[in-house]
Design a protein around this ligand. Structure first.
Ligand code: FRU
Length: 494
């Protein structure tokens, strides 16, 4: 793996020409996605500032231009009219030595539109001469000309009672209290993850520290909580965050997770009262920093997008100097004690052609490069393998075992293996049995929705040429396959 010096990682991009060759090289990769957002060059991580504004959906992502490395981070801007087809706009927030507060990165945050302006709340990742980190909560205003204007002073700096890990502002409006809140992911001095809350009557001024969020039962749950948010969906409150340095059963030695707790948020006492356990959002291997659109009008649902990747992980395209992509947008609803996560209904627009299901002499079916596959099945055991060779060997095995009522996704049969120590197999109970799989396959990813959104397994996958078949052991399964249209363009806009 390539070693990066600090100077290389934190180099400032002065002229798009500096990455033109890298862009051309990246574009050639056979793993470039067809309908998932991915970086023009370098590394993509968290989705930021997801919002509807000016009749379009706006989304930004954390971007390091230079390669598959976490270095100087920019906010890269993309837009969509329908959440299906996306357009690159280019860099929005740039870290600036002259501004100072964000000299070593414009880190994650959220957006809030008012009239013809959109306000961007982000973490200015400042480092001093001794390389000590000082996080600032910064504000920028984006007009309809698309040009961001940073406010001269940050809204607030680091809280002295917590460590330097304080970041990822999520802005929340509470009209009934006539007030706004910013919640931040943080770490206390005992090195435990927590959430800090700031409050103001005005979006632009007067922010004061309101306190630390109390989450009874979760005082010792990982060492830092990244990318927190509190959503109100279907009359329930959902606390979402990414606890770090925490091991969870069945997830190998993976230590970074993205999950949620359902409960009740009391803004008067700053307490989130859990009504159940912490659940992971995604049962697959590559999903982190999920963010919900900030102003979706429907009360009973939210729209979620995540980074299809993980911190401290490496991927086969690292060698090609690029890495990361976003998941498809998903519709979130609450059912009982869980979140239900379905592909957005609009994604049906991606369907190009329904193709006949033809088996070769080994019972294998060719997988088109970008496709949607559904499988409906009656009760009983079922094994469905994706990315096998033409003899049905290898690949990703999706096995439902009716005796124990569990579904397992095992990727250890793929030729290109990565992040093996995180565990290559993940299991989720399915007490009501398996009825349906809906699978989105792009050039280097797979998203497996189980039983109409009851569970989702998201993974990067880097098939070789021969790993292009699928096979189901149930002759009575009803399989449909669509080829999908391209929905993102690899346009060089910086
Ligand atoms: C999560 C994260 C955030 C931070 C950003 C930097 O992946 O570490 O906490 O703001 O990435 O890119």
């Amino acid at each position: 793996m390539r070693e990066w010096t600090k100077e290389e990682r934190y180099r400032v991009l002065k002229d798009p020409q500096e990455i033109w060759e890298l862009y051309k090289q990246t574009k050639e990769s056979k793993y470039r996605q067809i309908f998932h957002n991915q970086p023009v060059t370098g590394l993509l991580n968290d989705p930021n500032g997801f919002v509807r504004f000016d009749n379009k959906w706006h989304l930004f992502y954390q971007w390091c231009p230079w390669g598959a490395v976490h270095g100087l981070k920019y906010w890269y801007h993309i837009v969509s009219k329908d959440l299906v087809t996306w357009e690159n706009i280019g860099v929005c927030l740039m870290p600036e030595e002259s501004y100072g507060y964000d000299n070593k990165g414009a880190y994650s945050g959220s957006a809030y539109p008012v009239g013809d302006k959109m306000y961007l709340y982000y973490t200015g990742n400042n480092r001093d001469e001794k390389w000590v980190r000082h996080p600032f909560t910064c504000l920028a205003r984006l007009g309809s000309d698309g040009w961001p204007e940073k406010y001269p002073l940050p809204l607030f700096g680091e809280h002295p009672d917590y460590t330097e890990h304080q970041r990822d502002p999520k802005i929340i409006a509470l009209p009934e209290q006539n007030c706004y809140y910013i919640i931040l992911g943080a770490q206390n001095k005992e090195k435990k993850g927590c959430i800090l809350i700031y409050k103001s009557k005005d979006l632009l001024h007067g922010w004061t520290f309101a306190g630390e969020l109390k989450v009874p039962g979760f005082e010792d749950f990982g060492s830092m909580w990244e990318c927190p948010s509190i959503e109100h969906i279907g009359g329930r409150d959902v606390l979402m965050f990414c606890p770090q340095n925490l091991k969870l059963p069945g997830r190998g030695d993976s230590i970074h997770h993205n999950g949620y707790i359902l409960g009740l948020m009391d803004w008067d006492t700053l307490t989130f009262v859990p009504s159940g356990d912490f659940h992971v959002l995604d049962f697959g291997f590559d999903s982190y920093a999920a963010a919900c659109a900030n102003n979706v009008e429907e009360e009973d649902k939210a729209i979620l997008i995540a980074w299809m990747g993980l911190p401290d992980a490496s991927y086969p395209t690292d060698e090609e100097d690029w890495s990361g992509c976003l998941t498809l947008p998903r519709e979130l609803t609450v059912r009982g004690r869980r979140l239900i996560q379905k592909p957005l209904p609009e994604l049906k627009k991606l369907r190009d052609e329904r193709i006949p299901v033809k088996e070769n002499e080994n019972g294998c079916i060719v997988i088109p490069g970008a496709s949607e596959i559904t499988l409906d099945v009656r009760p009983g055991d079922c094994e469905f393998a994706l990315f096998t060779n033409q003899a049905g060997e290898g690949g990703i095995r999706i096995v439902y075992d009716d005796a124990v009522k569990e579904i397992t996704v095992d990727k250890s049969g793929m030729k290109k293996r990565f992040n093996v120590s995180h565990g290559e197999s993940r299991t989720r109970p399915l007490p009501d049995g398996l009825t349906q799989l809906r699978i989105y396959i792009d050039r280097s990813s797979v998203e497996i929705f189980v039983n109409d959104g009851d569970a989702v397994f998201t993974s990067r996958v880097f098939p070789t040429e021969e790993e292009s078949y699928m096979k189901c052991n149930r002759g009575d399964a009803f399989i449909r396959i669509w080829t999908l249209k391209s929905a993102v363009k690899d346009e060089f806009l910086i």
